[in-house]
Design a binder for this molecule. Structure first.
Ligand code: ADQ
Length: 504
């Protein structure tokens, strides 16, 4: 039985002895914008699994969330200290906004974060752009986030939880000024092996920033081990691989594997909502009017997700197994992402060309093999699509976890579908019952998709129910994180007593 956000709130209070929680992330949970009609300020909740899952926890706890104020009317909504209480209808916690200029966004976010750290962590050093101005701005913006955190914590009464690769340096900047704070960080993307990470000109600085945390979390044990090896070789930390600790300048960072999940109940409820059946009928009529079987893919348009590789496998599927033409239709939802970066723009065009070619080659006046939807869909629509699909194909070339795999399983309330999952997605380590594929091998992939479509119903149901039973929720993930965190919180205070925190 999974823990609820409310119980999680009480657990947090018990484990962390009344300290305040400060979450720090690049993206904010609420964005203010101008309404078109009357020029009033409106509030939107940017889509995103983590922000929507942390929001109820923050409401239960009432802490502070520090994030980039990215909404066009964000500045209008805050007080003189850049703070606004959220959610607007029933304020439960404080959102502290950090302001980024156009150059900051270009160099820190699109530059260093997404054209250096993202590709290097996804084993694509060939796609990195090394620019001193990107690094310079990344440092500057991390300092700004750290300053905001320091203003929000008083004394050492808070635990600070950094999210992701945009903020690798901020923990050290905070630790240097307030050694007694408990600092934790979760890295949502893979951490690459030593041979790849050492290509980063600033590897040592990045590692020192991350090692200032008391707890550094990754999705998989393999990523944690990669990080520890890099900490030893590139930052000179004393590493204990068995205990998973790295000590640098007297401060010990605990490193752990915490596989993230989704709000399972939210997807299950959306898939079985009263209007779900009618929605499924409408979607069948739109995408597969002749009936047959439906496949689905849901990805950000990102080169790490292997969308061209998936389309190649599908092309081979219809080529080699003509009996599936007209009988198996694929819906690929690909939400545009980071389109200001050339590699993403090129990818999007490549995907367009592939879809066009497949549809030209196999399509008929009655049947279109691939429907490409380049848009964001609300959870309700996604859940219905997942529920009705006979197969969901996740073809990541590298992926920290992949939440789509879990969303599909949670939404498969009739247990009729099969999950075809890349071996190189973190989720593959947990999802026993998925058909594991290698997206670099399109011929075998095509064969495996065909076999998945032909699996007898009882085998499909057994595999799907097995995965559903074993699947934790995002609240379980937070619980395990907090438990590890509280175990190390005491050590941080003891260190502070000794006055041996690392320097900035
Ligand atoms: P992402 O790289 O964004 O996350 P993923 O885990 O697949 O990858 O999550 C994508 C999310 O976006 C899912 O919740 C999905 O439903 C949603 N999404 C995708 N396309 C959509 C669309 N068209 N409309 C609406 N929603 C859409 C990073 C890491 C992952 C890790 C997560 C969480 O790269 O490996 O699993 O963080 O830690």
């Amino acid at each position: 039985m999974s823990i609820s956000p409310e119980d999680l709130g009480s657990l947090f209070r018990t484990l962390l002895g009344g300290r305040r929680l400060v979450v720090v992330s690049n993206r904010e949970p609420y964005e203010h914008s101008w309404s078109d009609e009357v020029g009033e300020v409106e509030v939107e909740r940017p889509a995103g699994g983590l922000t929507s899952a942390l929001d109820p926890l923050m409401q239960a706890l009432g802490g502070t969330w520090v994030a980039w104020g990215s909404g066009e009317a964000d500045a209008e909504a805050v007080d003189a200290d850049h703070r606004v209480r959220v959610p607007p209808e029933d304020p439960g916690y404080t959102l502290r906004r950090v302001w980024l200029t156009h150059h900051d966004v270009h160099r820190y976010y699109l530059g260093f974060s997404n054209q250096f750290l993202w590709p290097i962590c996804h084993l694509r050093p060939d796609l990195t752009r090394v620019r001193s101005r990107y690094w310079e701005r990344y440092r500057r913006v991390n300092r700004r986030f750290a300053e905001a955190v320091l203003q929000e914590v008083s004394g050492s009464d808070a635990v600070v939880w950094f999210q992701d690769y945009h903020l690798a340096l901020a923990p050290l900047l905070v630790r240097a000024r307030r050694p007694g704070l408990t600092l934790a960080h979760f890295w949502h993307i893979p951490f690459p092996p030593y041979d790849v990470f050492r290509l980063a000109p600033q590897a040592g600085f990045l590692l020192r920033g991350m090692l200032a945390n008391d707890l550094m979390g990754f999705h998989l044990a393999g990523f944690a081990d990669n990080f520890l090896r890099c900490a030893a070789e590139l930052a000179g930390a004393a590493v204990d691989m068995e205990a998973r600790t790295a000590t640098l300048e007297g401060h010990t960072c605990h490193v752990g594997a915490f596989p993230i999940s989704i709000d399972v109940e939210q997807f299950r409820a959306a898939a079985t909502a009263p209007d779900a059946e009618a929605a499924m009928e409408r979607l069948w009529a739109r995408y597969a009017p002749g009936g047959g079987m439906l496949g689905v893919g849901v990805d950000r348009m990102d080169y790490s997700k292997g969308i061209p590789e998936k389309l190649k496998a599908l092309e081979l599927l219809w080529d080699r197994y003509p009996e599936l033409r007209g009988r198996f239709t694929f819906v690929q939802v690909a939400v545009p992402s980071r389109s200001d970066i050339a590699a993403y723009d090129e990818l999007s065009q490549k995907v367009d060309r592939q879809v066009w070619r497949i549809n030209e080659r196999f399509g008929t006046s009655e049947w279109r093999p691939v429907h490409l939807l380049k848009q964001s869909l609300p959870t309700e629509r996604l859940a219905v699509l997942y529920r009705m699909a006979n197969v969901c194909v996740v073809s990541s070339l590298q992926d920290g976890m992949n939440l789509v795999a879990k969303e599909f399983v949670a939404s498969q309330t009739d247990a009729r579908g099969v999950l075809v999952l890349s071996r190189f997605a973190g989720a593959a380590e947990e999802m026993e019952g998925a058909v594991l594929v290698n997206p670099f091998d399109p011929e075998t992939c095509a064969l495996q998709i065909r076999d998945a479509l032909l699996l007898p119903p009882d085998e499909r149901e057994r595999a799907m129910r097995g995965m559903q039973t074993g699947m934790a929720s995002i609240y379980d993930w937070m619980e395990s994180y907090f438990a590890a965190w509280s175990a190390h919180a005491g050590e941080a205070s003891a260190e502070e007593g000794k006055g041996d925190a690392p320097g900035a």
